[in-house]
Design a protein around this ligand. Structure first.
Ligand SMILES: Cc1cc2nc3c(=O)[nH]c(=O)nc-3n(C[C@H](O)[C@H](O)[C@H](O)COP(=O)(O)OP(=O)(O)OC[C@H]3O[C@@H](n4cnc5c(N)ncnc54)[C@H](O)[C@@H]3O)c2cc1C
Length: 436
């Protein structure tokens, strides 16, 4: 009676396949499942980069608060372990805007500090995240891709950020592929093993913060002056709630008109043989980001594996046979010299997609704070936004997120949204086929 039920359904991430990065690590002993009712000053939903950063910052600001975190999955297998491991120190290519350079410089400064903070936090961790400031290549194979590269170059130049332009032969020499006709290299990026990275960040959580894994939030309702969060075995009563479950916040009933989960897929090979590695150019640990947003991301890892990430699906995870076949095709096109490509793992992950790429950030209900909508680049940005959210929820002054990073715009309702996404990605995919 008198309660406001925001939602109550069963939605959270349950992937079809285990995360390939996580499978390379020693077996993980999950944190406990929440089995008894508890109360907290703040409950954080989602133990990814955003949620973990918010929790740590909250502890710094309010040393005596009872802080609890719940996650539907476990560290390393969760979405934060499933990505390609690029920690960009500068704005993503899609966000970069050479026309608004002062604003972009301010964004870059914030992002750079967050990237450094992550690096400093994990560099001596007992969990080896293979983190290196290896920089990143951006490479284009199509005319549209080349145009995007030129726009990004304009942004780098105006921002005063160092970079090198590379032609086809130089790319071939360094990376062992003559697939791309142009590229840019800039040093403003760390590469890491993402499942190890999120494990290491979670490992550094202060002991006084309770993290419950395999504990999805099923519903949230307002109950007098607090919020009641129901999980499968127990409930949590909390004064404040931080929603940090990214693509799935809408499934809990928040910001439905602003965000959708988009699935994308990655695969990692077995370690390559010496003679194969010999054909892969002079660089031994590199990452290539696509020139177009629908293109493929690639890496050569420190332990001599190739990783590829590509393909997008709206709201569902495709089967592995299909993903594996298409990812292999893309890899073979780039490295025809590798006659026998064997994937050790193929897996899917989600990104929280917003129509204009702007984030969802701030207080959206009384004492409900949210940071979501990573748009495929949230290791560093998620960390930054998580920290700033904890600060603003505790009335501390923070940079103006909306002014600096924008905010998510409203999307059409279903089924028009899904149809629109499919149509646009079909048309764009044809135009940038060579980047995929
Ligand atoms: C294949 C792939 C490659 C990518 N590559 C990169 C990259 O190279 N660099 C980069 O910066 N970004 C990359 N991204 C995006 C990056 O993974 C995300 O931006 C980042 O993980 C966002 O962090 P987050 O904490 O905001 O959200 P998430 O990592 O999505 O974490 C949300 C957490 O919430 C949990 N959760 C969901 N629902 C519930 C619920 N109901 N109750 C409790 N918990 C719940 C999930 O288990 C998850 O742990 C990639 C993404 C994918 C899928």
């Amino acid at each position: 009676m008198g309660q406001k039920i925001i939602n109550s359904i069963d939605h959270y991430t349950q992937y079809k396949n285990r995360c390939g990065w996580d499978l390379l690590l020693p077996e993980y002993r999950p944190r406990k499942i929440l089995c008894d009712d508890i109360s907290a000053d703040v409950l954080i939903i989602g133990a990814g980069y955003t949620g973990i950063a918010a929790a740590k910052k909250w502890r710094e600001i309010c040393p005596n608060d009872r802080i609890a975190i719940i996650d539907a999955s476990v560290s390393g297998e969760n979405n934060s372990g499933r990505n390609s491991g690029f920690l960009l120190e500068v704005s993503l290519a899609n966000d970069a805007d050479a026309e608004q350079i002062n604003r972009m410089k301010e964004c870059n400064l914030l992002i750079e500090k967050s990237a450094q903070k992550i690096f400093n936090e994990v560099k001596d961790s007992a969990i080896d995240c293979q983190i290196h400031r290896a920089g990143t290549y951006r490479a284009a194979a199509s005319e549209l891709g080349k145009k995007s590269l030129r726009d990004y170059e304009k942004f780098l130049k105006k921002s005063g950020l160092e970079y090198d332009r590379l032609n086809k032969d130089q790319l071939d020499e360094k990376l062992g592929t003559n697939y791309y006709s142009e590229g840019l290299y800039n040093p403003h990026c760390y590469l890491a093993q993402p499942a190890a990275l999120i494990r290491a960040l979670i490992d550094k959580l202060p002991k006084s913060i309770d993290l419950y894994e395999n504990t999805p939030a099923l519903s949230i309702k307002q109950d007098k002056k607090s919020w009641l969060i129901i999980t499968p075995k127990a409930s949590i009563r909390s004064k404040k709630v931080v929603i940090a479950n990214n693509a799935f916040c809408a499934k809990l009933g928040f910001m439905r008109s602003y965000i959708s989960p988009i699935y994308t897929y990655a695969a990692i090979t077995e370690p390559l043989q010496e003679n194969e590695l010999f054909t892969l150019g002079t660089e031994t640990n590199w990452g290539i980001l696509p020139a177009h947003r629908l293109g493929s991301t690639l890496r050569l890892t420190i332990d001599g594996r190739l990783m590829i990430r590509s393909l997008y699906d709206y709201g569902y995870e495709r089967n592995n046979v299909d993903a594996s076949m298409l990812l292999k095709q893309s890899l073979k096109l780039r490295f025809p010299q590798l006659t026998n490509i064997n994937f050790e793992s193929v897996w899917g992950g989600t990104t929280g997609f917003t129509y204009n790429g702007g984030p969802i950030w701030g207080e959206i209900e009384n004492n409900i704070h949210i940071s979501a909508g990573c748009n495929g680049g949230g290791i560093v940005k998620g960390t930054l936004f998580g920290e700033l959210l904890a600060m603003s929820a505790n009335q501390l002054k923070v940079p103006e997120i909306k002014k600096l990073f924008g905010s998510a715009s409203r999307m059409p309702p279903e089924p028009f949204r899904k149809i629109g996404f499919k149509l646009i990605s079909m048309i764009e995919s044809k135009r940038v086929k060579k980047e995929i």
